[in-house]
Design a protein around this ligand. Structure first.
Ligand code: NAD
Length: 246
């Protein structure tokens, strides 16, 4: 069987790096995409079957160039994981337009642009799109006007992709992680928020990068060949409990 290739954005660290490693363990080749050149290149250099491409996913021209380069590496892309994201905890009145756009450009525009640029390649392989949203896209809170709205939009974008691309055999699914102790989360999670999450989550803890990656790789694999348009919360049961976001 030919080796499959996954493209993972935000692959330099956190959930994207864990996902990269899990794809590699499963025998896939991985194109690692991130805008942090130094960390990306150093992580990719330590991995077999992984190639780094530095790209800001919010830049349309850079994304088109990246997509062409990515397809040329192995001549195929079987899965695209739109994982690159930025965090922002701000209430409405403190979120000026520049702050709002900074979040939307990566979290929403980036998912749209990368997906669109790679649809031609996914049509050939009948591949999978996998978008990372968040429990913040499922529940409102007083602090996440831009972040939560960007993630809710990613959930709807996933459903649009599933509806439109199914006829080409392309599946599109979305994973909504609960809290994970990555650089992104720990920059905005105060001790009060950490304690509140522990109380609110039925499993009483944060998730690990590996636990999120397992769900991502499963949904991209042939084992999920009849699963599309789904929004899967990997969140220790948080979403189903009815408790509001800390
Ligand atoms: P992280 O900060 O560890 O990793 C994010 C990576 O994305 C970084 O390497 C960063 O350089 C890259 N990135 C950011 N903007 C980019 C851009 N415009 N172009 C290219 N690369 C860019 O964060 P993480 O926690 O692993 O987050 C991964 C995804 O999971 C994000 O979409 C995030 O919103 C989502 N998420 C995280 C949590 C959590 O608690 N950690 C919870 C829910 C959802």
């Amino acid at each position: 069987m030919e080796q499959k290739t996954a493209l993972v954005t935000g692959a330099a660290r956190g959930i994207g790096l864990a996902t990269t490693k899990l794809f590699l363990e499963a025998g896939w080749s991985v194109v690692m995409v991130d805008r942090d050149a130094e960390v990306l290149q150093s992580e990719a250099a330590a991995l077999d079957n992984a190639t780094a491409i530095v790209c800001d996913v919010s830049d349309p021209q850079a994304v088109d160039d990246m997509a062409a380069e990515a397809v040329a590496i192995n001549g195929r892309i079987d899965a695209v994981v739109n994982n690159a994201g930025v965090a922002d905890f701000g209430p409405i009145e403190e979120t000026d337009f520049a702050r709002w756009r900074r979040v939307m450009e990566t979290n929403l525009d980036g998912v749209f642009l990368v997906s669109q640029a790679l649809i031609p390649a996914l049509k050939i392989t009948k591949g999978a799109l996998l978008n990372i949203a968040s429990i913040s896209g499922l529940r409102a809170s007083t602090l996440r006007v831009a972040y939560g709205t960007s993630k809710a939009a990613v959930i709807q974008l996933t459903k649009q992709q599933a509806a439109e691309l199914g006829e080409y055999g392309i599946r599109a699914n979305c994973v909504c992680p609960g809290p994970v102790r990555t650089k992104l989360a720990m920059a905005v999670h105060s001790q009060d928020i950490i304690d509140a999450y522990h109380d609110a989550i039925p499993l009483n803890r944060y998730g690990s990068e590996q636990e999120i990656a397992e769900v991502i790789v499963f949904l991209c694999s042939d084992k999920a060949s009849y699963v599309t348009g789904q929004i899967v919360a990997a969140d220790g049961g948080f979403e189903s409990t009815g408790v509001g976001l800390p």
